[in-house]
Design a binder for this molecule. Structure first.
Ligand SMILES: *[C@@H]1O[C@H](CO)[C@@H](O)[C@H](O)[C@H]1NC(C)=O
Ligand SMILES: *[C@@H]1O[C@H](CO)[C@@H](O)[C@H](O)[C@H]1NC(C)=O
Length: 194
């Protein structure tokens, strides 16, 4: 009886946000898709256009979604306001990097891995931030609002002029074990079956 309860509790605790364990290290494309799908936020770097940081990389926290839970696409969608300094940078230069850590799911902590431990996967996407085309806007809205319900209130703040954007991924950098990082092509990244 106790054994059954303990097993159920252990399964609940180990599940974290993900509801499943991470893919094996070495499967870099699958690891990237796993972390991107299971993270609700990350750090987005732009080249600053604002003094006194002008010309320097500037990282700022953004909420993200690559699709509703259990239906990730690998495409990171964002909800931007032109009032945001990072958004203003990206209007001048759309080149950006977006970093996410597996620590957010609770898995690394459950393994007693520090955030900087190479086994605690770090994924850095780089590419260009673009406005979501009209025919994709409903998908972006559902992807973001299903995981960040407060955004339904933000969109009502008309002065903020929120709109949907995404990263067109050009490179995927994956560090998930000792021995250094690995580059995954966008093709391999998008070919992963979720
Ligand atoms: C996942 O997305 C596909 C389209 O990309 C859709 O056909 C399917 O119904 C979605 N599944 C869930 C569980 O939302
Ligand atoms: C953005 O990055 C590309 C390399 O990927 C570079 O060729 C281009 O000049 C950059 N754009 C700007 C505005 O700096």
């Amino acid at each position: 009886m106790y054994a059954v309860i303990l097993t159920v509790v252990a399964a609940m605790l180990s599940g974290g946000l993900a509801g499943s364990d991470p893919p094996p290290h070495g499967d870099y494309a699958a690891m990237a898709r796993y972390v991107v799908h299971n993270n609700d936020w990350g750090s987005l770097a732009s080249i600053s256009t604002h003094q006194p940081m002008k010309g320097k990389p500037f990282t700022n926290v953004f909420s993200v979604s690559d699709g509703p839970v259990e239906n990730g696409t690998g495409v990171p969608y964002f909800f931007f306001s032109p009032l945001d300094v990072t958004v203003q940078d990206l209007m001048v230069n759309p080149n950006a990097s977006f970093s996410m850590s597996e620590i957010e799911s609770g898995y690394c902590t459950s393994m007693k891995w520090d955030a900087e431990d190479p086994r605690c996967a770090k994924i850095i996407l780089s590419g260009k931030i673009v406005t979501v085309p009209q025919d994709e806007a409903d998908f972006a809205k559902n992807a973001l609002f299903s995981r960040h319900p407060i955004m339904a209130d933000w969109i009502k703040m008309e002065s903020h002029k929120f709109y949907f954007t995404k990263m067109e991924i050009e490179d995927v950098f994956v560090l998930d074990f000792f021995g250094g990082g690995n580059i995954v092509s966008p093709e391999d990244y998008f070919n992963v079956k979720p």
